[in-house]
Ligand binder design. Structure first.
Ligand code: NAD
Ligand code: MG
Length: 389
């Protein structure tokens, strides 16, 4: 199957390349995109002479690569939109390994073009879950999740999707899980980037530390599996071996247990679930020897509570949540604001927002733009010491 990979230079992107490299009989890479980091281009082109098109942000670098590889078409943010790559390449599947809002338009474009979409970019569903489900309901494209929790739930639902009482997402608790809230005042991004069990991109690492990542994943599960907020729970789990689980009405559980390695969910999505897998049934979490679980407390990670807001009220709240967080995280990564400012900013933007129900794509883009401006005004005030909470 011909594959177009968006975000090839990132953590999920490079692991997708590993999966394709290991399964050359089933997958052919026909195109890919990178952002500002272009160093992986030559390696990928050498391994995959099947690539016809490459996108990158910087036009000057694109010019350099056009000379170096005259048989490949290089486009840049100056000449094209990222989603143009979807129309230009002969692909059946688009793997979206982009981070943040940059993944939204490519996701929508891929579905509209009837592609199979293997989606790591959960932000697409946070911002536009309703719109994406509408496209799927109209028979446009197909959607396969890459997120490890949702991949585990997919497998468990494949085994048995009746009499499910709850789906439960497991969470590591992020880099600062051992600290109480008072100890979070001075924590720096550089400390957060030492994440316990997964090596991931910078943004998702901070998202894990604030646990807005789990908030996003509840929303993601809600849209993917059409489950209401009331049927989705969270459990803290130290080792990241139990990737998520279902609780059935008869009191039994089923989950997927394996060594954390994102190549597994990536592979499962690339094969659209048509490969062997194993899940495990258990009577209680305490039966899972050697694995440690803790009760999730909303007071410790208040951002998670916003999932209820987004899944129940829908509309443009997801767009607000995503953009306020994205800008706050960028500012935190640059040491411009404190860790707890991230959640203050996100709550402020959500509280002040007037929801638009059944938004069109242009409504979502407008809200995204407005929140971007508003969030930067608040960040500037924080930097000048003028913000009072
Ligand atoms: P990353 O930062 O390592 O990679 C992001 C990729 O997107 C890079 O290739 C970058 O160049 C590209 N990109 C960023 N902004 C761009 C723009 N404006 N235009 C074009 N390209 C752009 O991120 P990651 O950790 O690989 O995460 C990717 C997605 O997968 C995120 O949505 C994340 O939440 C999700 N995810 C990641 C993991 C993980 O283990 N890393 C696990 C589950 C889900
Ligand atoms: Mg996840």
């Amino acid at each position: 199957m011909n594959i177009l990979l968006l975000g090839a230079s990132g953590s999920i992107g490079s692991q997708t390349i590993d999966v394709i490299n290991k399964n050359p009989q089933d997958f052919t890479l026909v195109g890919f995109s990178v952002g500002k980091r272009t160093r992986c281009i030559s390696y990928i082109l050498k391994k995959h002479p099947s690539v016809t098109h490459v996108y990158m942000i910087d036009e000057a670098k694109a010019k350099y690569y056009r000379k170096k590889y005259p048989n490949v078409t290089f486009i840049s943010s100056k000449t094209n939109k990222l989603e143009d790559l979807i129309d230009m390449t002969d692909s059946k599947m688009v793997v979206n390994a982009l981070v943040g809002f940059s993944g939204l338009l490519p996701s929508i474009h891929a579905l509209k073009a009837n592609k199979k979409l293997a989606l790591a970019n959960k932000e697409s569903l946070v911002v536009a879950g309703e719109l994406i489900n509408k496209l799927l309901d109209q028979g446009k494209g197909e959607l396969y999740p890459i997120d490890s929790e949702h991949s585990a739930l997919w497998k468990c639902l494949k085994v048995s999707d009746t009499h499910v009482k709850k789906m439960i997402l497991t969470a590591s608790g992020g880099a600062f899980r051992k600290l109480n809230r008072d100890e979070l005042i001075n924590v720096k991004a550089s400390d957060a980037l030492k994440h316990p069990t997964w090596k991931m991109g910078d943004k998702i690492t901070i998202d894990c530390a604030t646990m807005i990542n789990k908030c996003f994943e509840i929303i993601e599960a809600g849209y993917l599996y059409r489950y209401p907020y009331s049927k989705i729970g969270v459990t803290l789990h130290d080792e990241s071996y139990l990737h998520s689980y279902l609780e059935y009405e008869d009191g039994s559980f089923r989950g997927e247990i394996s060594k954390p390695d994102m190549r597994n969910p990536i592979k499962f999505a690339l094969y659209q679930g048509h490969i062997t897998f194993s899940t495990q049934s258990f009577k209680s979490l305490s039966d899972l020897k050697g694995l440690h679980f803790h009760e999730f407390k909303m007071e410790r990670y208040p951002l998670v509570s916003l999932a209820e807001f987004v899944l129940n009220k829908k509309g443009t709240y997801g767009a607000v949540l995503n953009r306020a967080n994205e800008e706050a995280v960028h500012a935190y990564l640059k040491d411009e604001i404190s860790f707890l400012d991230i959640e203050r900013i996100v709550f402020k933007m959500m509280n002040e927002h007037k929801n638009i129900t059944n938004p069109s794509l242009s409504d979502l883009l407008k809200v995204d733009n407005d929140i971007n401006i508003k969030t930067h005004e608040v960040i500037e005030k924080i930097k000048k010491g003028e913000m009072t909470w």
